[in-house]
Design a protein around this ligand. Structure first.
Ligand code: HAM
Length: 402
C-alpha cells in the first residue's frame, strides 16, 4: 500500500467539510475588508525565497523543498505565501502604478521540518497582504480582521505584539546588539550564526542558556526612533479602542527576515507545543529588495491545520434532494429530474434501482432534506413520491409540479 509522505496528509471527509467552511468564511471576511483573491504558483525560483525570507532563516537554511528541474533551473516549492505575492505584485507592474492593493490567498506551503502534532511538511495557509499603505491604521485593520475571523469561529487566542523598528533605528540598534553579543560567551551555534547574518533573530532563541545570557541585552523597544514609537503607540491605542487585547513581547522578532516595524503573532494554548496559529507584520522594504519600486507592505498568514480542530462548526442543516428509481423503467425519468433539479439545488442520486429501504438509508447518510423516488405505480401515474427526512411527512406530486 502506498501511504502519503511523512508530514503530509489528505483533507478528506469531516476534515474537508471543516476546511471548506473555514476557507469560505475567511474569504468572505477578507472580501469585506477590501481584499481580492490571488493565486500564485507553488513552484518559484529558489532565489525568490533566499532574497525575501532570508538566508539566515531556518526556512531557507534548513527546510526548503529545493531541486533542479529538467531545464536546469534552481526551483523551490513555496515555504510561505508572501514572497510569491510580492513577486506577482511586481510582475504585474502594480508597484509602478502606485496606489493601494489588497490580496488574500490560500493553499499548500512546504517546509521540510520534523513532523509532529501541528507541524506538517505540507500544510495550508490562509493569508492576506496589503501594498502601498504606510499608515499604521492598516496594521490595526489587519489585526482587527484576524480578530474578527477568530471571533467568528469561536477561537480563543492571545495576541503578541512588537515593533522591530525601521531603516532609521534598526541599523544603530543592530550595532549595539552585536557589540553586546561579541562580549557574550556561551551562545548556541544557531545564535553564533545568526549574529553574523541577522543578529536580532538571536533575541527569540528558544535555548534557555541563550535566554539567560540575553537578560541584559539592549532592548529593541528602548531603541525605537520617534516615528516608530509614535506609530506603535497609535497601534496599541486603536487595538484598545476596539477591545482587542494584546501583550507586548519585546523579544518577538519572527522567523522570517523581511519584517520591519509591526510584528505580531496569535497563539493558542489549546493545540499543544506548536501554538502559533497566525503570524505577520510589516515589510516595507521587501518590494524594493525584489527589484520593485519601493512600496509598503503588510500582511499575515494563518496555519489552517492548526485551526481546523479549534473551529466551532454550525449544526449542519439538511439540504437538497435524493432522487432515485425503484424499478429499472423509472431510471430514465429519474435522470431527467436529477438534471433539471440540479440547476438550482443540491441533488444526490443513485443509478441502481434498489429497494426503498436501501435508498432511504443512503439518502439519510447523504444529508439531504427530501427523499424523492419513482416506482412502477408512480411512473404509471406520472408522479413522484416524496418523504421529508426532517418532518417525516410524505406526499406525492405530479412530475411537472415537482
Ligand atoms: P509564518 O509564521 O512562518 O509566517 O507562518 C504562518 C503560520 O503558518 C504559522 O503561525 C503557523 O500557524 C503556520 N505554519 C507554519 N509552519 C507550519 C508547519 N510546518 N505546519 C503547520 N503549520 C505551519 C509566514 O509564513 C508569513 N508569510 C506570514 C506573513 C504574511 N507575514 C506577512 N505577510
Amino acid at each position: 500500500m502506498i501511504n502519503p509522505l511523512r508530514g503530509m496528509k489528505d483533507t478528506i471527509d469531516e476534515a474537508s467539510q471543516r476546511y471548506t467552511y473555514f476557507i469560505e468564511n475567511c474569504s468572505r471576511i477578507a472580501k469585506n475588508y477590501g481584499f481580492s483573491f490571488i493565486e500564485t504558483p507553488i513552484l518559484e525560483e529558489t532565489a525568490l525565497f533566499k532574497r525575501s525570507v532570508g538566508e539566515s532563516s531556518d526556512i531557507v537554511g534548513k527546510e526548503m523543498y529545493q531541486f533542479i528541474d529538467k531545464g536546469g533551473n534552481d526551483v523551490c516549492m513555496r515555504p510561505e505565501g508572501t514572497a510569491g505575492v510580492v513577486r506577482a505584485f511586481i510582475s504585474a507592474k502594480f508597484d509602478k502604478a502606485g496606489g493601494v492593493k489588497r490580496f488574500f490567498y490560500h493553499g499548500p506551503m512546504f517546509r521540510y521540518e520534523r513532523p509532529q502534532k501541528g507541524r506538517l511538511r505540507q500544510f495550508h495557509q490562509f493569508g492576506a497582504e496589503t501594498f502601498g499603505e504606510y499608515s499604521i491604521k492598516e496594521d490595526a485593520m489587519i489585526i482587527l480582521m484576524l480578530q474578527e475571523i477568530f471571533d467568528f469561529f469561536g477561537i480563543k487566542t492571545k495576541l503578541l505584539l512588537n515593533s522591530l523598528g525601521c531603516k532609521e533605528c534598526m541599523p544603530p540598534y543592530r550595532e549595539k546588539l552585536v557589540k553586546f553579543l561579541d562580549k557574550t560567551e556561551g551562545l548556541c551555534e544557531d545564535c553564533l550564526r545568526r549574529k553574523e547574518t541577522n543578529p536580532i533573530r538571536v533575541l527569540d532563541c528558544k535555548n534557555e542558556t541563550c535566554q539567560n545570557l540575553l537578560q541584559n541585552a539592549p532592548m529593541l523597544s528602548e531603541n525605537l526612533c520617534e516615528s516608530c514609537q509614535s506609530d506603535f503607540s497609535e497601534l496599541k491605542t486603536i487595538l484598545d479602542r476596539f477591545d482587542v487585547s494584546y501583550e507586548v513581547d519585546t523579544k518577538l522578532v519572527r522567523g522570517l527576515d523581511y519584517y520591519n516595524k509591526t510584528a505580531f503573532e496569535f497563539i493558542s494554548d489549546e493545540i499543544g507545543a506548536q501554538s502559533a496559529i497566525a503570524g505577520g507584520g510589516r515589510y516595507d522594504r521587501l518590494v524594493e529588495f525584489l527589484d520593485g519600486k519601493p512600496t509598503a507592505g503588510i500582511g499575515f498568514a494563518m496555519g489552517v491545520e492548526r485551526l481546523l480542530d479549534l473551529i466551532q462548526m454550525p449544526n449542519t442543516l439538511r439540504e437538497g434532494f435524493y432522487i432515485c428509481a425503484l424499478c429499472e423503467e423509472a431510471s430514465e425519468k429519474v435522470m431527467e429530474l436529477v438534471i433539471k433539479k440540479r440547476k438550482s439545488n443540491v441533488v444526490h442520486t443513485n443509478y441502481e434501482a434498489k429497494s426503498l429501504k436501501a435508498h432511504l438509508k443512503a439518502a439519510d447518510k447523504s444529508g439531504v432534506k427530501e427523499f424523492v423516488c419513482i416506482g412502477e405505480d408512480e411512473l404509471k401515474n406520472g408522479q413522484v413520491w416524496i418523504k421529508n427526512l426532517e418532518t417525516k411527512e410524505e406526499r406525492t406530486l405530479a412530475f411537472e409540479q415537482f
